[in-house]
Design a protein around this ligand. Structure first.
Ligand SMILES: *[C@@H]1O[C@H](CO)[C@@H](O)[C@H](O)[C@H]1NC(C)=O
Ligand SMILES: *[C@@H]1O[C@H](CO)[C@@H](O)[C@H](O)[C@H]1NC(C)=O
Ligand SMILES: *[C@@H]1O[C@H](CO)[C@@H](O)[C@H](O)[C@H]1NC(C)=O
Ligand SMILES: *[C@@H]1O[C@H](CO)[C@@H](O)[C@H](O)[C@H]1NC(C)=O
Length: 387
């Protein structure tokens, strides 16, 4: 019965388990095999996930003039990497330090730097990131104002600006804080629509609410100046679905919407916000989707949530867990779309979660929504046009 045997082999081949790596295993620590990371250099025709094994959350990838530019959460500084190939081992890519605050300075941006992104706006490059002055240890009397512990209460959004048009050779300087009305703000991103610029970020309903974490939008005059007042700020998504509240099922505490990212369908022009839902340090962290169905992003009725569940999620069969905080890029020839995301290699992560960087091709559905693949390890064909 050859056909069924080859079918069996094929179906096994598609369920390649992730490299065995358990960051919590202190007895017999495991390591990634670097020869299986990213592009297979014996052929250069396939690649495997992960594409970077260093502990890196919140991957942000953008393609610009033949270079993939990549930044991610280091916690301590803003680091930029670049490579001409999306799938080569990013542990080995060229690295540049863009910003390193003094953690003892007490500056509002000095500790726990999270989720940096790099955006080109009007021929300058802007780094937008979240940070706090207190290493997520607020004064106990401030913490006591929240109904639950709220270590991240002093996180705010900051903007760095390049002094030139080249993202790699430019120097970056602090433009200041993005106004979030002195309330919690993390994972902020720029949303561009009809020549207007907006800030979409993970927010609380008020100064001390602590949870749920929602998505808020404000209008910007320029990449660092918010024109909306607090009463004009809008919440465009709250984690009101069961799958946004796992694993706890508590609509209040720990229910999370964060990591928003603009994704535009190049053919139809439809605008989506793909965001992360559920708890980051669990296998359930996944991607949810909002679509802008009206004209005004500041109008919460103009956004529609995809309520049927995550659009991209864990795949226990392949050993891929907690798939979240993604960004979007293309193959070098522009013909293919890629999602760049972080995931965990264990369903029982250590408290200081270990995330690696991964990428997969995605396509578009008939209705113009993104069609994300199952989270897999590969091998996959390298992106179209990759040399
Ligand atoms: C790389 O490709 C070669 C040739 O197809 C194959 O023998 C090898 O197993 C591949 N390595 C990985 C890590 O996939
Ligand atoms: C694959 O690409 C690497 C890096 O560009 C190069 O060093 C290597 O020789 C290539 N291998 C093949 C089989 O072309
Ligand atoms: C940036 O921070 C990371 C994480 O602490 C550290 O590994 C890296 O060495 C830092 N880079 C520089 C140039 O200090
Ligand atoms: C920032 O926006 C506010 C409110 O619209 C405005 O009054 C102020 O002039 C702006 N500042 C800069 C530097 O653009």
């Amino acid at each position: 019965m050859m056909p069924s045997i080859s079918w069996f082999l094929l179906s096994c081949a598609t369920a390649v388990f992730a490299q065995s790596f358990d960051p919590g295993d202190t007895k017999s620590p495991t390591q990634f095999d670097a020869s299986k990371v990213g592009t297979n250099t014996s052929t250069n025709t396939t690649y495997s996930n992960p594409i970077m094994t260093a502990n890196a959350g919140d991957p942000f990838m953008v393609y610009h003039e033949g270079w993939y530019l990549f930044t991610y959460s280091t916690n301590d500084n803003i680091t930029l990497k670049r490579s001409r190939t999306l799938t080569d081992n990013w542990d080995l890519a060229e690295t540049k330090l863009l910003f390193k605050p003094d953690p003892s300075s007490g500056d509002p941006w000095s500790t726990d730097l999270w989720a940096p992104e790099i955006h080109q706006i009007d021929n300058r490059w802007y780094i937008i990131f979240s940070a706090t002055p207190d290493a997520d240890s607020p004064h106990p009397l401030q913490d006591a104002m929240c109904p639950f512990e709220c270590p991240a209460i002093n996180h705010r959004m900051f903007v760095l600006e390049s002094d030139g048009a080249d993202p790699w050779t430019s120097k970056y300087s602090m433009k200041g804080m993005l106004n979030t009305f002195d309330q919690f703000a993390i994972d902020g991103t720029y949303f561009k629509h009809k020549n207007q610029l907006y800030h979409i970020y993970s927010c609380w309903e008020n100064t001390y609410s602590a949870w749920p974490a929602n998505l808020c939008i404000t209008h910007l005059n320029n990449p660092w100046n918010v024109s909306s007042s607090l009463t004009q700020r809008r919440m465009i998504s709250v984690p009101d679905q069961a799958w946004e509240q796992v694993p706890y099922g508590r609509a209040g505490r720990l229910a999370t919407n964060e990591g928003p990212q603009q994704l535009t369908n190049p053919k139809t022009g439809q605008n989506f916000i793909i965001y992360s839902a559920a708890r980051v340090n669990t296998p359930f962290y996944c991607l949810g989707m909002l679509e802008l169905i009206g004209e005004d992003p500041m109008n919460y009725q103009d956004w529609r949530k995809h309520r049927e569940g995550c659009v991209f999620h864990q795949n226990p069969d392949a050993g891929v867990f907690g798939t979240g905080h993604a960004s979007y890029t293309t193959s070098p020839d522009g013909s293919e779309n890629y999602v760049v995301y972080h995931a965990q290699t264990t369903d029982d992560p250590t408290p200081d979660l270990y995330r690696t960087v991964r990428t997969q091709k995605f396509t578009w559905n008939e209705d113009g929504t993104p069609n994300f693949p199952k989270a897999l390890n590969g091998p996959f064909p390298v992106p179209s046009g990759q040399k």
